[in-house]
Structures are given as C-alpha cells and as structure tokens.
Design a protein around this ligand. Structure first.
Ligand SMILES: NC(=O)C1=CN([C@@H]2O[C@H](COP(=O)(O)OP(=O)(O)OC[C@H]3O[C@@H](n4cnc5c(N)ncnc54)[C@H](O)[C@@H]3O)[C@@H](O)[C@H]2O)C=CC1
Ligand SMILES: Nc1nc(=O)c2c([nH]1)NC[C@@H]1CN(c3ccc(C(=O)N[C@@H](CCC(=O)O)C(=O)O)cc3)CN21
Length: 305
C-alpha cells in the first residue's frame, strides 16, 4: 500500500528525523542493470532492513539513464518494506520539464525525500560539465525546483576534500550554504577516508552560517580494484599509508575485506566521537561490510532513532 493512501499517516521525512536529534544511520544502493543484479539488491535490502536504518537511498544514474529504475525501486521500498526511501535526482541531460516530471513521479510513488544533485558530467567524473540547454546548471537550482513542487524533504551533496570542479574548499562551503538557503534540510558527503577532512569542512561551513546536519558518506573498501575507482569517483587520492596497507595484503581477498571493514569502522568511530550526526553507507548493493561495521560499532537496532 502506498504511503500516500488516504487514511494512512505519512511517515516522517528524513529532514524531520535528523532535526529530532539522535544518530541517523542510512544505506545507499544503486539501480542494477540485470536481473541477477536486481536479486542481489533486494537480498541486500532485506538483510539491512533488520538493522532498522533511519532511511535508505537509491542513486540516479548517468544522464538520467536509471530514471525509471530509480523511481520504481524507491516506490517498491516505500510500498513493500518498513524502510523510508530517499530518491536521488540529478540535473544531467534533463530539461526542467523532464525534471518536473520525475519529481512528480516521486510524489506519485509516495517518495517524499529527494537528494538533489547536479550530478557527474555526462563523460564521467573529471570530464567537462555540460548543462542541458533547457536544464539547470547547479544543484541549488534543483533544490529550489524540488521544494517548489511539493512537500519534499531535500538533501544535497557536500565535499570534504573539494569538489573536483571547485576552485577552493571555501567555495564548496559557500555552495553548501547556497543549497541550505535554497531549502536543503540536510547534506550527505562525498566519500573520504580521513575524519579530519570532514571536521574541517564542517567548521568552514558553520563559520559561514551553515546549520544543516551533514551526514558523512562512508565507502568501505572491500577489494583492491576499488582503490583506483574510488579515487576517480571522489576526485581525490586514497591516502598513501592506507593504500600501502591494502597493497600489502592484495593477494588475500579475505584480508583485504577485513582491513576494509577495520579501516571504515575506525573512521566511523572517530566521526561519531567527534559529533557527526550519523553515518551514510555506500553499500554497492551488498550488505556484508555495512553489517559488519554496524555490528562492530555496537550499533544495535535501538541506535537507529
Ligand atoms: N548520481 C548520484 O546519485 C550521485 C551523484 N553524486 C555527485 O554529484 C556531484 C555533483 O553534484 P553536486 O555536488 O550536487 O553539484 P553542485 O552543483 O553543488 O556543484 C557542482 C560544481 O558547481 C559549483 N557550483 C555549485 N553551485 C554553484 C553556484 N550557484 N554558482 C557557481 N558555482 C556553483 C560547485 O562549486 C562545484 O564545483 C558529482 O561530482 C558526484 O559526486 C553524488 C552522490 C550521488
Ligand atoms: N562522482 C561521484 N558520482 C556518484 O554518483 C557518487 C559519488 N561520486 N560518491 C557518492 C556516491 C557513490 N556512488 C557510487 C559508487 C560506486 C559505484 C559503482 O561502483 N558502480 C559500478 C557499477 C555497478 C553496476 O552497474 O553494476 C561501477 O563499476 O562503476 C556506483 C555509485 C554514487 N555516488
């Protein structure tokens, strides 16, 4: 049954849950391309459901290529699970009319939480950004659009180590403030591997008047091939000392996995101890690492409030 069914109370929004305080824990998935991938996704969702995360999110692929799948998966999460879904949305390759239509689909699907992003350039991270001729240039404009179209709780991206196209870390702080002023209620960060980057970013943002909660995005490294891939996605190098520790056990997949869980757990603990409002895990549609970290940190289901 849809969350919008008359008589059924709407669940609280992500923004409201974060504003209520307590730690938030969330998991991010991507829309799979194959039937096998789809089975793995639902298996991971079911396995993580028992941890009672605050919310789960589904990414929006390059050029809107996953538009229908992202909406369909978030709708099914809303209708068939106990989880609160957030759908991602990007400006890439879409006119404003098309963006309005996707936002309408989210509303029809009972999805009220949206992560509003500009998104990666059509050629992938690192290539030049191309605005759609009838589209939007920056995420703050998308925040304004989503907020204007309904009762949505809107989140945005934040960058502890500088967005690859930004001139400076201070520019990123100003952009985050612009997103808040456009109506964003919370932010999720790009992946990073040293807590100091997160805390320094929070200080820069707070100094400008940014008050929204910023959830750290956690990417556990679970195989050695991800070292390079994550550097490309995040636009920053993986720290040398940590990379060396991974390379030393590169021939032993179990040891790489164990080290990945250990490194991510240490990072999570440092973030929570330092006052982060929660943790957002990029799961890559697998539940194992996230569950191991979650359990290792001693975060039972009771911590999800
Ligand atoms: N597809 C998905 O589901 C996801 C995509 N992403 C990402 O989306 C990222 C880009 O999106 P956002 O961070 O939302 O983009 P953004 O629009 O906030 O920033 C993109 C660039 O434009 C600049 N900028 C932003 N607003 C501006 C303004 N008003 N005036 C002048 N310059 C401005 C920023 O400094 C930055 O260099 C990608 O790099 C990637 O990390 C992140 C998470 C999930
Ligand atoms: N630059 C950038 N773009 C993003 O879309 C993005 C970020 N950063 N950082 C935060 C999260 C993490 N996201 C990710 C991270 C990894 C994969 C990934 O490994 N994808 C596989 C394809 C998987 C498949 O389709 O089967 C890949 O090989 O790229 C996808 C989205 C989405 N988000």
């Amino acid at each position: 049954m849809s969350a919008t069914t008359p008589g059924t109370p709407s669940p609280p929004t992500v923004g409201a849950l974060l504003a209520a305080g307590g730690h938030s824990f969330s998991f991010e998935f991507f829309p799979p391309k194959t039937d096998d991938g789809e089975r793995l996704l639902w298996q991971a969702i079911r396995e993580l459901e028992g941890l009672r995360p605050t919310f789960v999110s589904v990414t929006y692929g390059a050029g809107g290529s996953t538009r229908d799948r992202t909406v369909r998966i978030t709708q099914r999460i809303a209708e068939e699970t106990t989880l609160l879904p957030m759908g991602h949305l990007t400006c890439v390759g879409s006119s404003v009319a098309e963006l309005r239509s996707v936002i309408g689909s989210y509303a029809d699907a009972g999805v009220r939480n949206v992560l509003a992003l500009r998104g990666d350039p059509p050629g992938g991270p690192g290539s030049p950004w191309e605005q759609h001729p009838e589209g939007l240039a920056h995420a703050d404009e998308l925040v304004t659009l989503v907020r204007s179209l309904g009762d949505f709780s809107v989140g945005v991206a934040a960058f502890p180590e500088r967005h690859p196209e930004s001139a400076s870390l201070d520019d990123d702080a100003r952009v985050l403030l612009a997103k808040q002023e456009a109506g964003a209620e919370f932010a999720v960060t790009q992946m990073f591997f040293e807590a100091s980057h997160y805390f320094a970013m929070i200080e820069r943002a707070r100094a400008l008047g940014c008050t929204i909660p910023v959830l750290p995005g956690i990417m556990p490294l679970t195989n050695i091939n991800q070292l390079e891939r994550f550097a490309i996605l995040s636009g920053t190098a993986f720290p040398d000392d940590l990379a060396a520790r991974f390379r030393a056990v590169a021939d032993d997949p179990d040891a790489v996995h164990a080290l990945g869980v250990e490194a991510a757990s240490d990072l999570c603990q440092e973030l929570l101890d330092g006052g982060a409002p929660g943790l957002h895990f990029f799961t890559l549609n697998r539940s194992t690492s996230a569950r191991e970290i979650y359990t290792g940190l001693g975060l039972g289901a009771s911590a999800s409030a």
